[in-house]
Write a protein that binds this ligand. Structure first.
Ligand code: NAD
Ligand code: UDP
Length: 314
């Protein structure tokens, strides 16, 4: 086990993944500063850590520069809308978070003497023409499609991270995170798992888009967080895929959720989303070799844990 970091800064720390990351870092003995403007956070996301003596929350929009009166070992840059529903509603804000926000987080990491870890995404692969996706694949992104505000922002974020490494010698790492789910997601964030769980719980039809043949590979949040922390502890520049290679058709995921929740909901096929990636599955050989990381939570177990949390949260 690596020594815990003394101090970590987490932008987007009040978000779904960010709040889990803050909890994991605190549990490991790290002092944590979360920086977030709360634009897509769940109410109460930080309730379990807010009063922790080693936790501090700073409300700030990272698209304007920031400084904190502290050095840091690591900056995790997660601040960005992530759900398609959110980033389609916040197109300019999402581009600004990925561009200006990443630049300011890099500047802060440089000033603080910290390693910088970027939360990038499998969306940089767009609708991939290669399968499974390795980090060497350059992607297939429509630069003027609706998803481009997110995809291109993250591609730019990766590019500027690499530029700071080359130009300023900043210690950086890039994680390409694949669909992550778990307790703490907003039931109304529009992503498939919270949507299907909410629909199953009230007996509404589960709204599967298109044919439902499109696939995703879903990673339980504690696994994703372990991957981010492992990347932070390494000196690997990435990009490194962090995801669960267990690939599922969206219609099969809807069925799994109906089975696990014992719901009598039907499945309703609705219009396909524009530019929806048809297949997504990470090749995680690099994460296994370079970080000694692999996911531990199988989809049925993770969905069970998430369903349990959702039923309690309602
Ligand atoms: P989320 O929307 O729950 O959290 C994002 C957080 O960033 C929110 O708390 C939001 O308020 C904050 N934020 C957004 N813009 C900001 C700004 N300008 N200044 C300060 N804070 C800002 O999303 P999430 O699922 O927790 O995703 C976290 C990160 O991981 C994102 O960068 C996302 O792109 C990346 N990621 C997530 C997934 C996933 O499946 N959850 C997959 C790939 C990548
Ligand atoms: N999806 C769906 N029903 C919903 C929400 C999403 O069938 O209510 C589909 C969506 O079109 C996509 C997949 O589920 O094919 C994953 O969507 P999500 O928004 O969770 O993540 P992303 O598209 O970013 O991978």
């Amino acid at each position: 086990m690596a020594e815990p970091f003394e101090l970590a800064v987490v932008t987007g720390g009040a978000g779904f993944v960010g709040a889990h990351l803050c909890s994991a870092l605190l549990a490991a003995g790290t002092e944590v500063v979360a920086v977030d403007n709360l634009v897509t956070s769940a109410t109460g996301a930080l309730d379990s850590v807010r009063d922790h003596p080693r936790f501090r929350f700073v409300e700030h929009d990272v698209t304007t520069p920031f400084s904190l009166p502290t050095m840091a070992d690591v900056v995790f840059h997660l601040a960005s809308a992530a759900s398609p529903r959110d980033y389609l509603a916040l197109p300019i804000e999402t581009l600004r978070a990925g561009s200006l926000g990443t630049e300011h987080a890099l500047d802060f990491a440089r000033a603080a003497g910290a390693r910088f870890v970027l939360a990038s995404t499998s969306e940089v692969y767009g609708d991939p023409a290669e399968h499974p996706q390795t980090e060497s694949y350059w992607g297939n992104v429509n630069p003027v499609g609706p998803r481009s505000v997110y995809d291109e922002a993250k591609r730019y974020a990766e590019a500027i991270t690499v530029a700071y490494r080359g130009k300023h010698g900043l210690n950086t790492g890039i994680a390409r995170i694949f669909n992550t789910y778990g307790p703490g997601m907003r039931p109304d964030d529009g992503r498939m798992i919270p949507t299907f769980l909410r629909q199953a719980s009230v007996g509404e039809p589960l709204t599967v888009t298109g044919s439902g043949e499109q696939t995703r590979s879903i990673c339980y949040v504690t696994d994703t967080v372990r991957g981010l922390v492992a990347l932070a502890h390494s000196d690997h520049p990435g990009p490194v895929n962090i995801g669960n290679p267990h690939e599922l058709r969206v219609r099969d995921l809807a069925d799994l959720i109906r089975t696990i929740t014992g719901s009598s909901s039907t499945i309703e096929y609705v219009d396909a989303a524009e530019d929806d990636p048809q297949r997504r599955c990470p090749d995680i050989s690099l994460a296994r070799e370079a970080l000694g990381w692999r996911p531990r939570v199988a989809p049925d177990e993770g969905i069970r844990l998430t369903a349990k949390w959702f039923s309690r949260a309602e």
